[in-house]
Design a protein around this ligand. Structure first.
Ligand SMILES: *Cc1c(COP(=O)(O)O)cnc(C)c1O
Length: 376
C-alpha cells in the first residue's frame, strides 16, 4: 500500500529531493559545499522575504527557538509569550529555564491573541525585551496575524518581535522585512519539504545589535559565530551536509513556483479540505485556522484509536492526533509543503472511508464533492 503522510512535520519530500539525499557526500569545507550553501542562503532570503541573513543550523526547530532566546536575552530580562497551544507555551518554557522572567498571555487553545490584549500586556510590562509569537500554532491550527501583531508591538514598545514560523513558512504569507520582524525561525521538516534536522533563523539589524548585549550562556547555538561563518558561506560546526543538499533542491522548487503562488496554493488546499470536512458533518476545531494544518473534532461516537487505524490500515494515510488536553478529542490533517489538489481529494476520500469503517454515518462522496467544488 502507498503510504501517505498528512502530518505537520515530517511532511512529504519530493522525489528529486529524496534522490539528493542519496548522493555521495561532499566535504563541508570544500568550495563545492560553499557554493551550495551560498545558493541556499540566498534562496532562504526569498522564502523569508528578507534581505537580512538567514542562518542554517543543524538542529530540529526547537534548537532555533532556543537560539532565539539565548542570543537575544540576559538573565533577569522580561519577555512576553503567548500560551495558546503547545508551541507558544514552549517559548516560555525555554526562556524561564534560562532565568528569564516570562509574562505569559494565556488564551484558550484554538484562539489567537488579540491586538488589544497584547497592547495591554505591553503597557503593564514596558521594559519587555522581546515578544515571542507563533504564526501557526501547530497544536491547535490557529493562525496569528503577525503583520498586525508586529505593528502593535513596535508602536507600543521597544521589544523585539520574534516569530515561530515553523509550521507556517512556506504556507502562509510572511514578510520578514516589510512586517518589521526581528527574529523568525523555521524547521526543515515542515514547509521546506525535507526531512528533519535543519533549522533556520533570520535576524534583523536590531536583533543582531541586541545579541551583542545579551549575556545568556551559549555555545553550539551562538548565532554570532554562525553569522560570521555564514558571511563566508560556511558553518561553525559540521552541518548536516546531505540535508543542505536536499534543501537546495527543495528551494529550487519553491523559487520556481514563487512565494505568492505557494501561499495561494496552501490557502486553496486548506479551504478545499475544510469544505470537505464540514460537508461530512464534522466540526472544525479552530476559530481562526491556519492554511497549513486543519484540526477537526472527533465525533462523540468515534474513538481516536479506531479512526487512526482505519486511516492507516486501509488507506495508508497518517494524520496527527490532538496534543495536550485535546489528545483523543481532535485529529489534525496537515497540508504543508508538497501537496496538491488531488492529495486533498485523497485525504477527504480517506476520511469518508475511515469514518464509515468507524460506524459514523457518512454518505460516500459527499465530502469529496464539496472539496472538488472549492478546489476547482
Ligand atoms: C514542529 C514545531 C516546532 C518544533 O519543532 P521540532 O522540529 O520538533 O523541534 C515548534 N513550533 C512549531 C509551530 C512547530 O510546528
Amino acid at each position: 500500500m502507498k503510504s501517505r503522510l498528512f502530518t505537520p512535520g515530517p511532511t512529504p519530500v519530493p522525489e528529486d529531493v529524496l534522490l539528493r539525499l542519496a548522493a555521495p557526500l561532499i566535504h563541508h569545507r570544500h568550495p563545492e559545499f560553499r557554493a551550495l550553501l551560498e545558493r541556499v542562503q540566498m534562496n532562504l532570503r526569498t522564502v523569508f522575504q528578507t534581505r537580512e541573513p538567514v542562518l542554517t543550523l543543524t538542529a530540529s526547530g526547537t534548537g532555533a527557538m532556543e537560539a532565539c532566546v539565548v542570543n537575544l536575552l540576559s538573565a533577569g530580562d522580561t519577555v512576553i509569550t503567548v500560551n495558546g497551544g503547545k508551541f507558544g507555551k514552549r517559548w516560555g518554557e525555554i526562556a524561564s529555564r534560562y532565568g528569564v522572567r516570562v509574562v505569559e498571555c494565556t488564551i484558550p487553545w484554538g484562539d489567537v491573541v488579540q491586538p488589544s490584549q497584547m497592547e495591554e500586556v505591553l503597557r503593564l510590562h514596558p521594559g519587555a525585551k522581546a515578544v515571542y509569537l507563533t504564526q501557526s500554532e501547530t497544536s491547535t491550527g490557529a493562525a496569528t496575524d503577525i503583520r498586525i501583531m508586529s505593528e502593535v508591538i513596535h508602536t507600543h514598545s521597544d521589544a523585539l518581535v520574534c516569530v515561530d514560523g515553523i509550521s507556517s513558512i512556506g504556507a502562509h504569507e510572511l514578510r520578514f522585512d516589510a512586517w518589521g520582524i526581528d527574529a523568525c525561525i523555521t524547521g526543515s521538516q515542515k514547509g521546506l519539504m525535507i526531512p528533519p534536522g535543519l533549522a533556520f533563523v533570520a535576524l534583523s539589524a536590531k536583533a543582531r545589535k541586541a545579541m551583542e548585549q545579551a549575556s545568556l550562556p551559549r555555545f553550539y547555538f551562538d548565532l554570532g559565530v554562525a553569522l560570521a561563518a555564514a558571511k563566508k558561506n560556511d558553518t561553525p560546526w559540521t552541518p548536516a551536509i546531505s540535508l543542505v543538499a536536499a534543501l537546495d533542491a527543495a528551494l529550487l522548487h519553491m523559487i520556481e513556483e514563487g512565494m505568492e503562488e505557494i501561499w495561494k496554493r496552501h490557502r486553496r488546499l486548506a479551504l478545499g479540505l475544510r469544505a470537505g470536512i464540514e460537508a461530512m458533518g464534522l466540526r472544525l476545531f479552530s476559530q481562526k485556522p491556519s492554511f497549513s494544518v486543519t484540526p477537526v473534532w472527533i465525533p462523540e461516537s468515534v474513538s481516536w484509536q479506531t479512526l487512526q487505524s482505519a486511516f492507516r490500515s486501509e488507506n495508508g494515510i497518517t494524520v496527527a492526533g490532538g496534543q495536550g488536553e485535546f489528545a483523543g478529542r481532535i485529529f489534525r490533517i496537515a497540508h504543508l509543503g508538497y501537496y496538491d489538489d488531488l492529495d486533498i481529494i485523497a485525504v477527504v476520500a480517506g476520511l469518508e472511508r475511515a469514518l464509515a469503517r468507524c460506524g459514523f454515518s457518512v454518505e460516500l462522496g459527499r465530502g469529496v464533492s464539496a472539496a472538488q467544488r472549492v478546489l476547482a
